[in-house]
Design a protein around this ligand. Structure first.
Ligand code: ARG
Length: 579
């Protein structure tokens, strides 16, 4: 594994520079694989050592680099040490490289590869609460909710694989005036039978209808206000209808999330914090933080000068609470209940201001843990449509991805002998959605494009799945050839070495993604891996090679396959064995 070499190089630097070797571990980085063959496997930037105060930051940096390279002694593992431009390059023994990297794959804990790296230890933070998806009952499940769902799932998976205790939470939009409308609307347009048959569809229809009606009908507006007041006062009839809407929605969502490979430990919602929100208001009042504005609303002054030039409204003039008030109450409640060490919220970037105000208010109330709350925001998706038109429900997107993928697959000969082509099409279709979404920086907006994301070649989720399936079939065909041991000295070709060098970076890539919570590092790594594997299929034949060569190559392929599968799972993709 990479950490074996990293430690070895760090120890060398430590003894030469008379410094604890730990200090060098993060400075030793694997050299990214390029078109041209790289001789060096690892490098250490001298300016980093200067910044860290390990080397004096005066004097010519190049002279310092060359001087240090001369002082470091090579050995049987680290065979070559040389000075580059401001960096020291290290080349490790090729046999050790293959041995250390591929050894773990024969032992049945393939899914741990890279995860025990000392680089990742500092990322273990205890309990992480990730809140994501969080759709609104009776409203559209829009592209933003889809993004939140898959991004949040990725973050939760990543945190979990790094050894954190993860709580996955869905915070439903299940409160507010819209439920007044829905309640009043259900009286007029609702049908219990339809609600049971197709809950999301029916609730949405009622909601659309009642909104239209409310535009010109004062009676229905009044009925909505009455219904919501009854809800706030916990009147049993209203509450029971509301409960029914909520339960039926959650059950339906759970079914659809399952198709996506997503689950939640906790379903909560704005409704849960209705009463606590009033308590928050009282606390703010008693601390003198709540001011009354000219309009009679309750506000918190967030301006640095304290001149009310930037305020956040927590209370309407009629005394009812708002979205942010409930979020303050919810955060405090979660901290008490789950004792999280960090909390992550995933929503689109239109809510950036909301979360920055939320964290600011929590801090002003003395909740210093708000420093460990983070908002991961993402850009907008344009043009998410299906053949039948606009997307209203999550299921529409999944159905469309599956149908389109099934159509593409029907043109390939292998589909015929598949047990369950629909299931494969679903998994591959979902990976296409994921990769399209994860390829760029999350902050960027992008244009949804079915044709492009479903291409078999190019940087798509289909290409990842195809590569995985092809590796699985290679392994299967050669089951009899694979052995518990292999001769690492037989993996010296450029193509083999390049794959090994690439695998050296896996823990660094996880580190990067865990730092900035951006999936793109892992996506780029896996796509590159797939391109290298494609070259290896051409240049490293198994069939027709002498047995020992075939065994060594199979070990390389199986290692690459495991890392690919592990990485895909973290992204929220289920690898398929056949396609
Ligand atoms: N339900 C909200 C929406 O659809 C998202 C909730 C985000 N989470 C939160 N704690 N405010 O916009």
């Amino acid at each position: 594994m990479a950490c074996f070499f990293r430690r070895r190089i760090a120890a060398k630097l430590g003894s030469t520079l008379q410094h604890p070797e730990e200090a060098f571990i993060p400075a030793v980085t694997a050299v990214p694989v390029m078109k041209k063959q790289q001789t060096a496997d690892f490098k250490v930037s001298v300016s980093t050592l200067r910044v860290n105060g390990i080397l004096p930051s005066r004097g010519d940096i190049q002279l310092q680099t060359e001087d240090l390279a001369c002082k470091l002694k090579q050995d049987s593992v680290v065979e070559e040490i040389s000075a580059g431009r401001g960096v020291i390059n290290f080349k490790v023994n090729r046999k050790f490289l293959a041995q250390k990297l591929l050894e773990p794959f024969g032992k049945g804990d393939d899914d741990k590869f890279g995860l025990n790296s000392e680089l990742l230890v500092s990322l273990k933070r205890g309990t992480t609460l990730v809140e994501y998806s969080s759709p609104n009952i009776a409203k559209k499940f829009h592209a933003g909710h889809l993004r939140s769902t898959i991004i949040g799932n990725f973050i939760a998976n990543l945190k979990q694989s790094l050894g954190n205790n993860v709580i996955r939470m869905n915070y439903l939009g299940d409160w507010g005036m819209q439920f007044g409308l829905l309640g009043a609307g259900f009286d007029q347009f609702g049908c219990l039978e339809k609600l049971k048959q197709n809950p999301l569809q029916h609730l949405f229809e009622v909601y659309v209808q009642v909104n239209k009606e409310a535009e010109h009908n004062e009676d229905i507006k009044q009925a909505a206000r009455d219904f919501f007041r009854q809800l706030e006062q916990h009147e049993s009839q209203a509450v029971s209808l509301w409960k029914q809407f909520r339960e039926i929605t959650v059950t339906e969502y759970q079914r659809v999330y399952k198709r996506l490979g997503v689950h939640f430990d906790v379903y909560c919602g704005e409704s849960f914090h209705q009463d606590q929100a009033q308590e928050v208001v009282q606390q703010l009042q008693s601390r003198g933080l709540l001011k009354t504005s000219e309009k009679g609303t309750g506000v918190v002054d967030l301006s640095p000068q304290g001149d009310m030039s930037s305020v956040c409204t927590l209370l309407r003039s009629d005394g009812t609470t708002l979205y942010i008030t409930r979020d303050i109450a919810a955060a405090i409640n979660r901290k008490e209940k789950y004792q999280f060490d960090e909390m992550i919220y995933v929503t689109d970037k239109s809510q950036e201001n909301h979360f920055s105000q939320l964290f600011q208010i929590l801090l002003s109330m003395g909740h210093s843990w708000a420093d460990r709350c983070r908002h991961v925001s993402f850009g907008l998706v344009q043009g998410m449509k299906t053949r039948t038109g606009e997307v209203v429900f999550l299921e529409d997107v999944l159905d469309e991805a599956r149908a389109r993928m099934l159509h593409n697959m029907s043109q390939s000969s292998t589909t015929k002998d598949m047990d369950n082509p629909e299931d494969t099409a679903e998994k591959v279709g979902i990976s296409a959605l994921n990769i399209q979404d994860f390829k760029g920086p999350l902050q960027s907006d992008y244009k949804f494009d079915w044709d492009r994301m479903l291409q078999a070649q190019g940087d798509t989720g289909v290409f990842l799945q195809y590569t995985h399936a092809r590796l699985c079939s290679l392994m299967q065909r050669n089951e009899g050839v694979q052995a518990a041991t292999f001769d690492p000295s037989l993996l010296r070709e450029h193509t083999s070495v390049t794959i090994l060098q690439h695998l050296l970076r896996y823990d660094e890539v996880l580190y990067q993604s865990a730092q900035d919570l951006q999936p793109k590092h892992l996506v780029t790594f896996l796509l590159k891996l797939c391109h290298l594997i494609a070259a290896a299929h051409r240049e490293l034949p198994v069939k027709g090679s002498p047995q020992d060569v075939a065994q060594a190559r199979l070990r390389l392929f199986s290692g690459a396959c495991s890392v690919l599968a592990n990485g895909m799972r973290i992204l929220g993709i289920t690898p398929v064995d056949k396609m």
